[in-house]
Ligand binder design. Structure first.
Ligand code: ADE
Length: 312
């Protein structure tokens, strides 16, 4: 297929004629449809910019990827995985929405939801740590979103507070699916096979699971491990495994060497202890996590778990 065709974003405009009939005009989106304002974030081969659609005034976060750099660094596969994951996960609470993509001579553009309250990491840093109630508020949303990602046959592989954005209503939007992995489908049952194997290392040292370091194994339990690290971090203000360099951090992860601070609530301590175990098969599944005492007041069927708390 023609790659530029695939990357072209089209805006469908339905126009009413005077005789009552309608016609559809296809308008191709380009970067000149947006007024770029300021930088929101920077990756190794991309920059996220705040931009307004000049026609509607709607704000977007536009991820601009440098084509030459992507090709040179052999990241084409990751860019396609990111686009495909976001297309599969679609418009759903908890996941950043990809509206459209387009390209010009130098760059690829991902037009994403603008999460106006920034990263969960900034919130943790601003307050030093989060209380039990706020931690529960974000953890519930993370669990809901992670279940949806996994049920769609996708593993995120780089969950961390930098990749958890907060929208204007303080709802989470998971972003950065550039290192996601698609699980294979069993041809006879149609179920996703979690074979726990992977070829190359990805992720961030502080949130990487022991099985990934030991056997390069990835499956749903990798994301569950990261969730455990994030829950710990919301309460403690820092991740459980963190040393002066990545090598020393990996040593701590492989030994599952971490310590709870004094005053760490015992109920959350119990949950984190169950999640941060070395054998991925011993880790609780999302279904099991939902049954933990910490969430006993949560009605998981009413997916709008967020009504009962709004952070300051
Ligand atoms: N930083 C990176 N992506 C962002 C987004 N979608 N909204 C706000 N800030 C961001």
């Amino acid at each position: 297929s023609n790659p530029s065709e695939e990357w072209a974003a089209k805006l469908k405009v339905v126009e009413k004629n005077s005789d009552g009939t309608t016609q559809t005009r296809i308008i191709r989106r380009t970067s000149s449809d947006f007024k770029f304002e300021r930088e929101l974030g920077e990756g190794s081969y991309s920059t996220v910019m705040l931009a307004h659609d000049i026609h509607t005034e709607k704000p977007y976060a536009v991820k601009v990827l440098d084509k030459r750099h992507i090709v040179k660094e052999k990241k084409v596969k990751y860019v396609n995985i990111e686009k495909e994951s976001l297309n599969i996960l679609g418009r759903r609470n908890g996941i950043v929405h990809l509206f459209f993509t387009f390209q010009d001579e130098y760059s690829l553009y991902f037009v994403l939801d603008y999460a106006s309250n920034g990263e969960l990491l900034s919130l943790i840093k601003k307050y030093g740590s989060l209380n039990e109630e706020v931690t529960k508020y974000y953890t519930c949303q993370l669990i809901d979103a992670l279940k949806y990602i996994h049920d769609s046959g996708i593993i995120h592989r780089d969950l961390k507070p930098e990749n958890i954005l907060l929208d204007q209503d303080w709802k989470i939007q998971i972003t950065d699916f550039g290192t996601a992995k698609f699980l294979d489908k069993d041809p006879s049952t149609g179920a996703f096979i979690d074979d726990g194997r992977a070829k190359s290392f990805v992720g961030t040292a502080e949130y990487v699971s022991p099985e990934l370091l030991n056997d390069k194994a990835v499956g749903k339990p990798c994301d569950i491990w990261a969730l455990g690290c994030i829950i710990f971090q919301m309460i403690a203000g820092k991740p459980p495994f963190k040393a002066t360099n990545d090598y020393l951090t990996f040593q701590q992860v492989m030994k599952v060497k971490y310590a709870f601070s004094a005053g760490f609530p015992s109920i959350i301590r119990d949950l984190v202890k169950r999640i941060l175990v070395p054998i991925p098969g011993d880790r609780p599944t999302i279904k099991e996590i939902k049954k933990h005492l910490f969430f006993q007041d949560i009605n998981w069927k009413a997916s709008e778990t967020s009504i009962w708390y709004t952070p300051p």
